[in-house]
Design a protein around this ligand. Structure first.
Ligand code: PA5
Length: 377
């Protein structure tokens, strides 16, 4: 069970009210998800993963933001062993990165999982078109189409329309679950299975957390809110496991996109220790005191555990509030719990700040401006 080490003042009635609001929200589908997995869809996802493993050395995962960070975070943290390697593309507009990804796939056998809820995001659209061309050149149109897996909206969007017209294998991003809360849907499950992650255990961890995470997530959300009210406007997520770098990225997206609106929210940053003790450690110890530190404390070896202790003491002495989130196990089950815990804490916290955790008007604004510019050119 996840534990947190703080005891903020909690308004229980307000918490209960917020939890009810989230449950009723049209984007609150992730709340009960781990206990309501669509088994029919899950079996189809498992079959697709098996086919990909049988016929491909690489799976190119194309997507950005919530459409890739969650599964990448788990795959990089757990380093599962599968003969099919995952290559990520479509998470920037850098031509250099795209060329590099194309080159890495080279002449190897590959399949594509293109993931976009809206089906209209430019970054994945451009990468998809480049990889699709390569796939068709290698296998011809018919086989290429059988190697494309599209995870997108049930009924609309350019990707949906193309997938229906051409007959790609399709998986659905549920209407009531937004990108950054979608890792336990087909968005994450297909790449995770292909990579060799024990998804049953991951879902088991998340399902347990539906009950066990409520108390620690409530405490953590109220602590963040209290610190925010006291002028601590930056939260630094600290991990002592280098393989969790992408988990930190997922956290920053989850909190930044859910909470940063209407002039509200806490700016999420991250560090990996002890590496960053030799760079950002100076600022953490002695810089401007507007930040607090949240240690995501994974079970670790003895020397590393000493570093955790030392950091906790030194940074507390340095005058920054240090929160601790203790993760019970460094495995699929532990990450399942952790994902659910953070999703819940984030939604609660955003609501305490009085903002909608499930929209992203700032991201849409960028997407629209880019679309307008591209259309002009
Ligand atoms: O969390 C979100 O909603 C965003 O980060 C999206 O996941 C991201 O912008 C990609 O959108 P889409 O899946 O529609 O391509």
């Amino acid at each position: 069970m996840i534990k947190v080490n703080c005891s903020p003042e909690i308004d229980e009635r307000r918490t209960a009210h917020i939890l009810k609001e989230i449950a009723k929200d049209k984007m609150g589908g992730w709340l009960g998800l781990p206990r309501k997995i669509d088994m029919g869809e899950f079996v189809r996802i498992k079959e697709a993963a098996k086919k990909i493993n049988e016929e491909s050395e690489y799976l190119v995962c194309i997507g950005i933001g919530g459409s890739y960070l969650g599964h990448r975070a788990i795959i990089e943290a757990l380093r599962p062993k599968s003969e099919t390697k995952i290559i990520y593309a479509g998470n920037s507009l850098s031509r250099r990165e795209l060329d590099y990804a194309l080159k890495r796939v080279g002449d190897h056998d590959f399949s594509i999982n293109v993931i976009s809820k809206s089906g209209t995001t430019l970054e994945p659209a451009i990468a998809f078109s480049a990889f699709k061309k390569k796939l068709i050149e290698k296998y011809g149109e018919e086989e290429a189409n059988s190697r494309i897996y599209a995870t997108t909206d049930k009924k609309e969007g350019a990707l949906h329309d193309e997938a229906v017209a051409v007959g790609y294998t399709r998986f659905v991003v549920p209407d009531n679950i937004g990108g950054r809360y979608s890792v336990l849907t087909a968005v994450g499950l297909l790449p995770l299975l292909v990579a060799g992650v024990d998804v049953d255990k991951l879902l088991e961890g998340a399902a347990e957390a539906v009950e066990t995470a409520v108390e620690p997530a409530t405490k953590y959300a109220w602590m963040r809110y209290t610190l925010g009210q006291r002028g601590y406007d930056t939260e630094v997520f600290a991990s002592f496991e280098p393989a969790t770098l992408y988990f930190n990225e997922w956290l920053k997206q989850l909190f930044g996109e859910s909470e940063g609106k209407g002039g509200q929210g806490i700016f999420p940053a991250s560090v990996i220790y002890s590496t960053d003790l030799h760079s950002l450690g100076q600022f953490m110890q002695d810089g401007r005191r507007n930040l607090f530190e949240t240690i995501v404390d994974y079970p670790t070896d003895e020397i590393n555990a000493r570093v955790v202790q030392a950091v906790r003491i030194a940074h507390t002495d340095g005058g920054i509030p240090v929160l601790d989130i203790t993760v019970p196990t460094y495995d699929e089950k532990g990450f399942g719990e952790l994902i659910y815990f953070f999703e819940l804490a984030c939604a609660l916290s955003a609501k305490l700040f009085g903002v909608n955790p499930f929209d992203q008007p700032g991201v849409e604004a960028y997407k629209n401006e880019l679309r307008k510019l591209m259309a002009k050119e």
